[in-house]
Design a protein around this ligand. Structure first.
Ligand code: SER
Length: 562
């Protein structure tokens, strides 16, 4: 049975049990304490608490998930960074008995035999999960039969995601010795201080990895032989005339990382040196490094990315919609890293003659050759030498402070002495950013700005050259807004409110708790220190004079006012 059929079979099964089928949410969660969506329940987190679920109290989904916690394990038979999680959920509706019965029935429909199950054994704080134990017993599982095992908090207690949230004991189902389905019974709320309180409504959150399920149903030795991966592995074989052998974990790492990269880019994440962009960069660079170990030629990731797109484009429309964007970003990042990788590896060999790599040396590898610290650490581990990670971060912080000061000097509030022309150009910059987003999409983000009395310069994230039509359109929109003579308004509010209000932000970590937000009619809203003109008509006429690259995936526009 194909993975496509399995996805459908799961969702149909729960639809027949009166569940509402909900689409996968984005890989970028609303919860700001986590970088990525790591579980199916995340989009439903609030419905376990007081908030009413707009989907009803029984739902099921197939959720895109991304976790870096297992990155070192990727390459064995069953660990991945990106995966799809099938899940059924109850918010105060059914509880343990139904959840366990549903799971058993679904696996029966696939003719799968459960090896054994695990149940929470209890500890000083939380009781043993006798209820789950009794349900399993009805279904023929017990300690005596050697198909039920009690386990502790480390294994059979789940959550919360992020800093706080619902959590509870779990019961887990194993087939062929592999954990395949995790049934979480959300009974508690854990707060930021790790204090547990009972939830008002009891909930169910289950998660079953589609890749593992496919591996078992398709009777494959590893997830990499399932139809969710084999086309990528085959593509490496065919393109580069190589043979995949079962234990070749380089193939697997590359296949995993390119898949994750494709999904992250489809959500408008671009390689960068911070947060999500950094993780994307790390994945692509790690894949390239393994490619080098296999002697794959430059540009090898591109055909593989195409394969990933082929596998998923009918399942997730964002993959189809951003196909060109995905390929351009991968190509750019590959080119960028290829340039420095060999030199960096030589440099590494030089410094790796000693017992330890200093923080400064690791920083040099990062800053000059683009080696993520994790890559340096991996290379060092292979040679059994140490890296001073703490020292690296000290250098890293110092460097960030220096560049931030530079940015502030260039950009941060134009200052009271700014002449009127610079103020007009500053307002024009806000109009430009909104116009760019209107024409090129919401993924456009400010990456830098520089204004003097004569011109504005604006850097933004975008993976390719703009066409003349696009530039004309953007210029036209800005001039239209100038004509509309919109009012420029300033309001003070908390940072959180500003973000909720939809204001664009730049260098998030720098903002104080209270910020000022400038809006221009309904067209633009930005957190900004000002100053600005009062009415857009003061800008008279806007003209773009140049569009060029300003680094990988960054474009730069220079513009003037009449
Ligand atoms: N949230 C649980 C997990 O991620 C079950 O869905 O395993």
């Amino acid at each position: 049975m194909s993975s496509k059929e399995l996805r459908k079979k799961f969702l149909d099964f729960f639809k027949n049990k009166d569940h509402n089928i909900v689409k996968s949410s984005s890989l970028l969660p609303n919860d700001s304490s986590v970088l990525f969506t790591t579980a199916g329940m995340q989009q439903f987190k609030e419905y376990y608490l007081d908030k009413k679920s707009p989907y009803g109290n029984k739902v099921a989904s197939c959720q895109k998930c991304f976790r870096t916690s297992d990155i070192e394990e990727v390459g064995d038979e069953r660990h991945l960074t990106f995966f799809e999680m099938l899940g059924n959920f109850s918010f105060g509706d059914y509880f343990k008995k139904e959840a366990i019965y549903f799971a058993k029935e679904f696996l029966d429909t696939l003719n799968l035999k459960i090896d054994y199950v695990t149940v929470f054994e209890g500890d000083g704080e939380i009781q043993k999960d006798v209820d789950s134990y009794n349900v399993w017993k009805e279904l023929g599982f017990s300690e005596e039969k050697n198909n039920l095992i009690f386990k502790g908090r480390d294994e059979n207690f789940w959550g919360p995601t992020g800093e706080e949230g619902p959590c509870g004991p779990t019961t887990e189902i194993y087939i062929n010795g592999i954990e395949i389905w995790n049934l979480v019974f959300n009974e508690y709320f854990q707060d930021k201080n790790k204090k547990l309180t009972l939830l008002k409504k009891k909930g169910v959150d289950t998660g079953m990895g589609l890749e593992r399920l496919s591996m078992i149903v398709q009777n494959k030795p590893t997830i990499f032989e399932t139809d969710l991966f084999l086309p990528i592995i085959k593509e490496i074989e065919n393109q580069f005339n190589l043979k995949y052998e079962n234990n070749n974990y380089y193939f697997r790492i590359i296949a995993d990382h390119i898949k994750s990269a494709v999904f992250l880019i489809s959500e408008n994440i671009y390689p960068s040196n911070i947060e999500r962009g950094y993780i994307l960069r790390r994945l692509i660079r790690r894949a390239i490094r393994y490619g080098k170990l296999m002697n794959l030629p430059s540009g090898f990731l591109l055909p593989l990315a195409k394969k990933v797109i082929e596998i998923y484009k009918d399942v997730y429309c964002e993959i189809k919609l951003s196909e060109n964007n995905i390929l351009t970003v991968i190509l750019n990042e590959e080119e960028k890293f290829e340039k420095t990788l060999n030199k960096g590896l030589k440099q590494f060999e030089k410094i790796a003659k000693k017992k330890e790599i200093t923080g400064e040396e690791a920083f040099h590898l990062y800053d000059t050759y683009g080696f993520p610290i994790e890559l340096t650490k991996e290379l060092a581990d292979e040679k059994n030498i140490k890296v001073d990670i703490g020292g690296f971060y000290n250098f890293f912080k110092k460097h960030q402070e220096v560049s931030r000061k530079g940015v502030e000097a260039k950009f941060g509030g134009i200052g009271k002495n700014a002449d009127y022309n610079a103020t007009r150009l500053h307002t024009a910059t806000h109009l430009l950013q909104s116009a760019l987003r209107e024409v090129l999409g919401e993924s456009v983000r400010q990456m830098g700005s520089d204004i003097n009395s004569f011109r504005l310069r604006f850097d933004f994230s975008f993976p390719r050259k703009l066409t003349n039509e696009e530039l004309q359109k953007i210029e036209g929109i800005v001039n239209q807004k100038i004509k509309e003579d919109l009012e420029v308004k300033r309001e003070e509010m908390s940072y959180e409110k500003a973000i909720r209000f939809g204001a664009l932000s730049f260098f998030k970590e720098k903002y104080p708790p209270k910020v000022s937000v400038y809006s221009i009619g309904d067209f633009s809203k930005e957190i900004c220190a000002g100053p600005h003109v009062k009415k857009t008509s003061e800008l008279k006429k806007f003209k773009i004079i140049k569009e060029e690259s300003s680094g990988a995936n960054i474009r730069r526009i220079r513009a003037v006012l009449e």
